[in-house]
Design a protein around this ligand. Sequence first.
Ligand SMILES: *Cc1c(COP(=O)(O)O)cnc(C)c1O
Length: 356
Amino acid sequence: MIPVTKSFLPPLYEYMAQVKRAYDNEWLTNRGELVLELEQKLTDYLGLEDSKILITNNGTIPLQIALKLLGNGGEIITTPFSYIATTATIVWESCTPVFVDIHPEYLTIDETKIEAAITPNTTCILATHVFGNPCNIEAIQAIADKHNLKVIYDAAHCFGVKYNGKSIFEYGDVSTCSFHATKLFHTGEGGALFCKDPELFHKLFYSHNFGHNGPSDFHGVGINGKISELQAAMGLSVLPHMDEILEKRKSIIDLYNKTIDFSNFSTMKVRERTEWNYSYYPVMFDSEETLLKVLADFNENDIFPRRYFYPSLNTLNYVQSTELLVAESISLRVLCLPLYHSLNHSIAINITQLIN
Ligand SMILES: *Cc1c(COP(=O)(O)O)cnc(C)c1O
């Protein structure tokens, strides 16, 4: 069976050596040695200059914490083309999602349509760098500055992405990442938030640990967003393999780009000035009918691409939205092809033959 993705598993002895450190320390959570070391190693690997990193138990809780602090129960301008966590978080935090359509080639929120969606109740823009492809960061920041809004980026797909030569996590008031097992870099379950402003970082930090200010004093309300030493052990043993993982994925994407006949399909356009991370390979068909036909063919050959992102989030039964033509159309026509470090080239060629 060829799935859409496979988790990278480091050699077991490397993982066990990290786990053994937690055993030796007799320390399993509450920001132990392994978590602190992983934060330092990620800061170096990502080349963080202005932002600080806080690693968390998944990639959803940092969105919730950011919205709790910045959303103020207001309207959040957001994208319909993302994983459901982006919208669910807004509703979970008692804010109202206001959907803006997406750009047909970059697949990120269409920045030219944001201003029309702003009302006196708008507090934040929460946009996703889709498949590691940056939003129009400059335009979004200019709109946010003009209207006094906060910007939160769901950068769950963006591990290792650079924009303008800088880590993409350095942009926005808060940026988040997911270290879920299906993501490029992972800790099994895990995630992170990134923030430049020391005062806001302080609030985000105590919020992820029940609000604690020492054992019996509290800065404010909080939740449990802590990652454990056991998860950090996985991260510490995956991280040294990132260059190898990226190289293998790049070679498959090069093959897809060379071999797929783009007279009948399109793929995402990566934004200018981006060092991309080869995280996903979306293919857009001319119609949902074609997609379903191709998908059936794939499945018959034991290959399981994924309809991702589908459905368009503005059509969820717990939100209100007007029709968004681009996002709804693309959601019906997009398939992510199998892409992972151990996918061999003969299978990748098979995939392109089937699709062509
Ligand atoms: C994976 C993902 C999340 C959620 O991350 P978890 O670590 O699974 O909580 C949020 N947003 C996007 C776009 C994702 O792909």
